[in-house]
Design a protein around this ligand. Sequence first.
Ligand code: GLA
Length: 391
Amino acid sequence: MEQLKHDYINIFGMGEKKHMFFAPGRVNLIGEHTDYNGGYVLPCSLHIGTYAVARLNDDGMIRLYSKNFHEDGIVSMTKEELAYDERHGWANYPKGMIQALMPKHVQKGIDVLYYGNIPNGAGLSSSASIELVTAVMLNELFQLNIEMMELVKISQKVENEYIGVNCGIMDQFAVGMGKAGHALLLDCQTLQYEYLPLSLEDCSIVIANTNKKRGLADSAYNERRATCEQALAKLQRYVSIHSLSDLTTEQFNEYAHILSSTEQKRVRHVVSENERTKQAAFALQQGDLHTFGQLMRQSHESLRDDYEVTGKELDTLVEAAWKHKGTIGARMTGAGFGGCTVNIVKDDHIPSFIEEVGQMYEMEIGYAPSFYVAKIGDGAKQLTKEGESMR
Ligand code: GLA
């Protein structure tokens, strides 16, 4: 916090009343590609994320600076210049949020410094994180009194309509509503949710990054969504369902023949993954980590064989983890096509896990993965207390 305060003064100069905000990244334990199919997900918010230091200014300008993209300098604009602009790169995320939330009539502007410690593009929701940190910041600075649930929905809308990525609600929800020490069981159809204590006994969550670069905007993600929508429309002629997650295994077996072979595979993943997520949540509540780990493995296999979103890097990293004796469970996490895996590993085996899994991956792929032992932190929030300012 001290460092960021110092940086802020260097960039924007001395002045009064600045506040600091934080929004985490997220890791999904199980329930992948189920959110936009009206199913269950089980993510948790991380202790790493995005910080924003901000204060209002009197000249009405919006000035945005990211320590992660310092070469871009200060990106500044008036309130009339908030339309998406490719040249603004990372700054489009906060711009979209500002356009959605900043009251039109106020004279004031804002000067914001961002700093994120989630690896970008690794599938740990760096974009939902910058959206939500901007949302809580605007909510506080302009005293909007908007509830977190609403901020979550607005952030997803910005991602869909302003950024142009057709994502579901999971990332923004986990980043906004997460709770330290807990996983979040969310029904993406009703948005009902439950916090499940994440008691992993003598184990920890280890995130492994394939370090393969990929963009969520990848056409493959939107293509999966489109296939699911097509399959749903076909099935709705025969069964009364709102989303693919309403389909039972029996109904799937009965009507699979009306679908193309690709649609069959995609739907089989959605139906089975939704079932696994409910079972995994139950296993977690029972303290049955062994079953949880087995479900993680089945989830990966289904994402590999039926949903086809893994690829060589993720498969290699997960298979290496499955071979390690300290591993309780391992699977890809997030959208896939690169990004990270999530692993539950016995604490006393973590050093050898990192070494051996890292070596196996590097030998096969040609470059090293990165590892993070995850801590489960809170959702988006203000870090400086109400009324208090950072000088
Ligand atoms: C990305 C999207 C989410 C979700 C996952 C896959 O993270 O942003 O909405 O669809 O992929 O589970």
